[in-house]
Design a protein around this ligand. Structure first.
Ligand code: WT7
Length: 645
């Protein structure tokens, strides 16, 4: 596979950028030509941000799995598509070639069909990081079912909410998952999630940990039995390739739930064609992928990073993608370096929080590890501080590997602002330049483009994007108006990201973080309202307010101010009970780092909580709290300051 659309120099980047803005139709059709279509498009792009309505490659027919698998078989059939590294380094590595991937995906598509799954049905996937997760995802795409992958750290309640919202009829899960020293009983969490559920008809259970599971007759089936049966059918009927469903360019490919500033997560919907083109294009350009390179993205496939840069982008480019079941610190903090050494990884893509956590272990775990295969390093998920950037550059990349700082979101489907490795300049803590086709703009609260530089000579504002790129969010599942309100209503004719940013004279962007009520904890997105709702469910809690504060490793920590009616036992026990409640309602990832019991919250006369003040106190600021005259009872601020943890 070669990539005629690969940008190889600064001049080529500048030209591509210019062309993509002045002649978007021509530009994107020349990229899209290099994919496999069942029928080509009638029109490249049609859009308005008012509804919003965005249609890329309208009229085209395709199946993304033919692009991720079939089109590579002739030349790359025996090449590894996925190299799977187990949680336990003693266990056997599994290498899935493109031929094998084709066989398994076809087989699993047949399993889905046998179980009644049809095009457009929603299939929820709740599994650990095993190759079967990739087969499940691609099997859905092959048959045209809409997958909704849920991260293994979410609770039964969170799953139940997502199943209900997506009206999911099928689930693919496994008995359990290994993560570091822990076994997570996934099927039992699913069983809890299904209490009272009225939509789910079938649960397909893959065996990974052989932990005891309950299997409900008529509803629950074993993955292995189903796959075996599908194989006999395939042999009998001589089916070697499950026919890839013909999808419209704009047919939904998947739903992925993400948090916003309201209490309820949103089901972000991505399309088939635009998502495919963008994940491939951005993968090849940002990481400067060359055929044969080994790409290792450390994210979990439960998040968008895993969807776009473990599965769809790399596979569509015919790349070799490493999939890691475990965690960076088990059996010890040298695990990433062992994997790089063992599999001769060329591209390493991870999160700043992982880098900061590994920094904490010093240089010991890097000793004796051969990292000379590395060519390119990447980061994603949150702003990277300069210290972590330099540590990564010096100790992992040995100052020989370009570092790409890739800014994007669940809603953007793929990377929008980033340097292109070794092609456009890197700058510590800066995501730098927009990708071709991406038109970022900074606006003030009134939606006016910021033109006045601040005291550092930079433009500073809310980050918006002017026009659609191919993998922009299409809708929020089941509620299109929610999509409009969330992303397209704050500023007319702009997509609002929820992030703040700076821009310098050369057009480089530095993302400063969320400007809405969304936290970014270890690169995971959590809405403060969601955490508050969970805390408020605990008996005795009158109300609560949740804010973020700077955390050395996690980037942001969660600080909860809780007004409590009656303490049951002592404060410490009550704290633990609240943490348990949050774990039940959302999952352990949303547990507050600090819980401070307070008598009241600072409110305006109209009853609005003044989070600005709470945020400052949580950050350790005590004197300069800004204007507090609007407060109903300024006394509560004093009390909160005294009790700060
Ligand atoms: C939010 C999106 C994109 C996949 C992982 C997170 C923050 C993401 C960067 C970066 C600074 C970043 C933003 C964004 N973010 N990448 N390189 N520099 N901030 O996806 O859960 O949808 O979160 O992550 O605040 O809005 P997500």
């Amino acid at each position: 596979m070669s990539y005629p659309y690969q940008i190889r120099s600064m001049e080529e980047y500048e030209k591509a950028y210019k062309d993509s803005i002045s002649h978007p139709d021509k530009f994107w059709s020349s990229v899209a030509e290099h994919f496999r279509w069942k029928k080509k498009w009638n029109r490249v792009l049609e859009w308005n941000f008012k509804e919003p309505r965005v249609r890329w490659f309208d009229g085209a027919k395709l199946n993304i799995t033919e692009n991720c698998i079939d089109r590579h078989l002739e030349k790359l059939g025996d090449k590894p598509a996925i190299i799977w590294e187990p949680n336990n380094p003693e266990e056997r590595v599994r290498v899935v070639t493109y031929n094998r991937l084709h066989k398994r995906v076809c087989q699993f598509a047949q399993v889905l069909k046998n179980n009644g799954v049809k095009k457009g049905d929603r299939v929820c996937i709740y599994m650990g990081m095993v190759p079967e997760l990739a087969y499940a995802i691609l099997g859905c795409a092959r048959i045209g079912a809409i997958h909704s992958v849920i991260f293994g750290g979410f609770s039964a309640q969170s799953i139940a909410d997502r199943l209900y919202d997506a009206e999911a009829e099928y689930i693919v899960t496994s008995d359990g998952a290994y993560r570091g020293g822990k076994d997570i009983p996934l099927k039992s969490v699913i069983d809890d999630a299904l209490i009272g559920n009225r939509t789910v008809k079938k649960v397909i259970v893959y065996t990974r940990t052989r932990t005891p599971v309950s299997m409900l007759k008529g509803r629950d089936v074993w993955w292995e039995d189903e796959m075996e049966y599908a194989e006999t059918q395939v042999e009998k009927e001589g089916i070697v390739s499950f026919p890839a469903e013909e999808m419209d360019a704009e047919d939904p490919l998947f739903i992925l739930y993400t948090s916003g500033s309201t209490g309820k997560p949103k089901g972000v919907v991505h399309s088939s064609a635009g998502y495919m083109v963008w994940t491939t294009y951005s993968f090849v350009n940002v990481f400067q992928y060359n055929p044969g390179d080994i790409h290792f993205c450390t994210a979990d496939i439960g998040w968008i990073t895993g969807h776009s840069y473990i599965i769809y982008g790399p596979l569509s480019a015919g790349a070799t993608s490493v999939m890691f079941e475990g965690i960076p610190t088990w059996p010890d903090a040298g695990r990433f370096w062992d994997i790089v050494d063992k599999h001769k990884v060329n591209i390493l893509y991870t999160a700043p929080t992982a880098i900061r956590s590994l920094m904490g272990f010093g240089l010991g775990p890097l000793k004796g590890k051969d990292l000379s295969s590395l060519k390119i390093l990447g980061t994603v998920g949150e702003p990277i501080n300069e210290e972590a950037w330099h540590w990564y550059d010096e100790n992992v990349g040995k100052k020989k590997c370009p570092v790409v700082d890739t800014w994007w979101q669940t809603e953007t489907g793929g990377i929008l602002i980033s340097n292109l490795a070794g092609v456009t300049p890197a700058r510590p803590s800066w995501a730098t330049l927009p990708m071709p086709g991406v038109q970022p703009v900074l606006v003030d609260e009134n939606g006016k483009e910021v033109t006045q530089k601040d005291e550092h000579g930079l433009l500073n504002g809310n980050l918006c994007i002017k026009a659609p790129w191919p993998s922009i969010i299409r809708t929020t599942y089941g509620d299109h108006d929610r999509c409009r309100q969330n992303y397209f209503a704050a500023y007319p004719n702009l997509y609002f990201t929820g992030d703040g940013a700076w821009k310098d004279d050369k057009g480089n962007f530095r993302i400063t973080g969320r400007v809405d009520d969304v936290l970014n904890v270890s690169g995971h997105r959590i809405g403060t309202a969601e955490v508050e709702n969970a805390i408020n469910m605990h008996t005795g809690v009158v109300e609560s307010a949740v804010v973020g504060y700077p955390h050395d490793v996690k980037g942001q920590g969660i600080y909860a101010y809780v007004v409590y009616g009656h303490i049951h036992g002592d404060e410490e026990m009550t704290r633990r009970d609240i943490l348990q409640t949050v774990t039940r309602v959302i999952g352990a990832i949303a547990k507050p780092d600090k819980i401070q019991f307070v008598k009241g919250l600072p409110k305006t006369r109209s009853g609005k909580i003044m989070r600005r003040i709470l945020r400052k106190i949580a950050e350790g600021e005590t004197s300069n709290l800004g204007d507090t005259t609007a407060l109903l009872d300024p006394g509560v601020v004093e009390e909160i300051k005294q009790g700060k943890l």
